[in-house]
Design a protein around this ligand. Structure first.
Ligand code: PEP
Length: 250
């Protein structure tokens, strides 16, 4: 049985003070959740989030990680720094990083290795653009992204990695993949993992859906066989909405 992972992605929102306020509002609403609850927050909010989440089951994550351990990489943050700040998870290869900051499948692979080395649980994002979906190359696109992301990653490490299928056309647009579309692609990703690592890893790896998941559509998406949770943007900034999604993940 796979445990659902519901992870918020706050993107570039909230100061440390706002972080504390929002987490304090969320805590009673998600208490007793049967899924793993994660909030991935801006770097400067990690310490405040860890402090505010104390005494709850909410885990804190980052939104990016650099592949080097340290050095001349102005503006970047290493895995050890994230770990020391109290982060347990990290998002890698979000489509906004790919689109606006030149992230490639190879840098995703490098960041994945760094996250594993630092003892963080990675959430690796894959997903097709609208153009790729219209050209009918969705499965090929996510298969390639997955294969490159997992290059030289051991079976044991792959098993502990979370994958988020996030169709680019559904992120922040209010357009959600249908339950069937999302399940189909998540199933295809699981097949790619089975090809690389075998059935045991494929059966146990957590594959989320992300892309305008909200309080209304979460239940249908999460009921699907291959959807083991969600990566939630906009709705993770609203305590009530995020709690509805968390509580739908049973
Ligand atoms: C995301 O940021 O990963 C995301 C899915 O955003 P939204 O839920 O707002 O579409």
């Amino acid at each position: 049985m796979r445990k659902y992972v519901i992870a918020g992605n706050w993107k570039m929102n909230n100061t440390p003070a706002q972080t504390k306020e929002l987490i304090n509002e969320m805590k009673p609403l998600v208490a007793g959740a049967s899924c793993e609850v994660v909030l991935c927050v801006p770097f400067v909010d990690i310490a405040a989030a860890v402090e505010a989440a104390k005494g709850s089951d909410i885990k804190i994550g980052a939104e990016n990680i650099h592949w080097a351990e340290s050095g001349a990489f102005t503006g970047e943050i290493s895995g050890d720094m994230l770990k020391a700040a109290g982060a347990e998870y990290v998002i890698i290869g979000h489509s906004e990083r790919r689109q606006y900051f030149g992230e490639t499948d190879d840098t995703v692979n490098a960041r994945l290795k760094a996250a594993i080395a630092a003892g963080l649980t990675p959430i690796v994002c894959v997903g097709e653009t609208l153009e790729q979906r219209e050209k009918n190359i969705t499965v090929e696109t996510v298969a390639m992204q997955t294969k490159i992301a997992f290059r030289d990653i051991s079976t044991a490490d792959a098993k502990n990695t979370v994958i988020a299928y996030e169709p680019v056309w559904a992120i922040g647009t209010g357009k959600t993949a249908t339950d069937e579309q999302a399940d189909e692609v998540n199933g295809a990703i699981r097949n790619v993992i089975a090809e690389i690592y075998g059935k045991d890893v494929a059966d146990s790896i957590v594959i989320q859906y992300g892309g305008s998941m909200n309080a209304k559509n979460a239940e249908g998406l999460l009921a699907k066989e291959h959807i083991d949770g969600g990566l939630i943007g906009g709705a993770s900034l609203k305590a009530q909405d995020f709690a509805v999604i968390v509580n739908a993940a049973k």
